[in-house]
Design a protein around this ligand. Sequence first.
Ligand SMILES: [Zn+2]
Length: 412
Amino acid sequence: MSSPASRFRIIESTLREGEQFANAFFTTQQKIRIATMLDAFGVDYLELSSPAASPASRDDCATIASLGLRARILTHTRCHPDDVKLAIETGVHGVDIVIGTSSQLRRFGHGKSIDEIIALARDVIPIAVEAGVEVRFSTEDSFRSDVADILRVYEAVAPLGIRRVGIADTVGIADPFRVAEVVRAVRGAIGPTLDIEFHGHNDTGCAVANAWAALHAGATHIDTTVLGIGERNGITPLGGIIARLYASEPELIRQRYRLPLLHDIDHAVARLCSIDVPFNSCITGFAAFTHKAGIHAKAVLNDPSAYEALRPEDFGLSRYIHVAHRLTGWNAVRARAEQLGLTLSDEQAKALTAEIKAAADVGHLTLDHVDAIIHRHVNAHAASPTLAPVAMPTHAPSSPQPASPEPALIPA
Ligand SMILES: [Zn+2]
């Protein structure tokens, strides 16, 4: 079997699922900007909110579908003839039809039985197929649905001319083992030809792992959003699944996507939603390539792969060796001195490191403090007794490190 990374496609849903994030209120111009950035990055599809949601949503579908982007434009629709007709009129390339199949959604949502869902699908799907648009048919809340029920639905819709079926972990309850089990069962039911899309929420922190498990079990398409924004705490983040895929097949992912754009995409969407990029976001979080502990810094200075699964250079980013703290080590301190154009002997570097650690124990250090200590030490050794001692802070180290690390970038 070919690797999951070689045959997968991204359905980027920041403009659909992402619009359901509590802080997302995108204007038309902002949607165009997001769509254009994601298209430049290289995602395969862009999914937009249903044109039935509001008149502006309908107009935005038509606007983005007319931009001539390389990515194919999809819109989400309920399994209803009017919604599908409205979607087709906007000029999108495809419709993502969805209907709830769990007992919870059937009882508290549309109230239909599985037989009624199948009958409705047989009425609605041909409208889109005959219009020549790409059709996906998805069950909603698939992982709280009876597997026998969803397999019946997929078997019924598979011969109707659809391109793919969708499996949705709508409430984020699935784990990777369960995802693999259900995807394999669906693959068995629909045969080898149709594509399988996975949509996974992140309520238990499993969204990237679940998407990866889905790909391994035979899924072909993964839904993502920028930073994972979406309903509640969102879905599989674009950066997360890219990091996961890159870790397995770096060359392929470098070729398929313009990886250096990811940083700006994450930060642009964060700004539009009035949030920060989380510090621990894969690739683009401010600490993603920051090395702190002395042992780590020493190894990374010798060979970055010692403590890095991802190469920051491939994402247009730099690693950062953090030296201004009590866990620092003399290799990192010496490397910082070299950045300042100063050469230290091993003994000097060790003595300086002891001084930096002692200073860090009594107050919050900044890189400026460290640089001052290095300069003072070197000048002292050059017999320059007129230098004044460095003023050190006396407050406790309570403030967090800056979002943008001070400029101590140690090149690879
Ligand atoms: Zn969702």
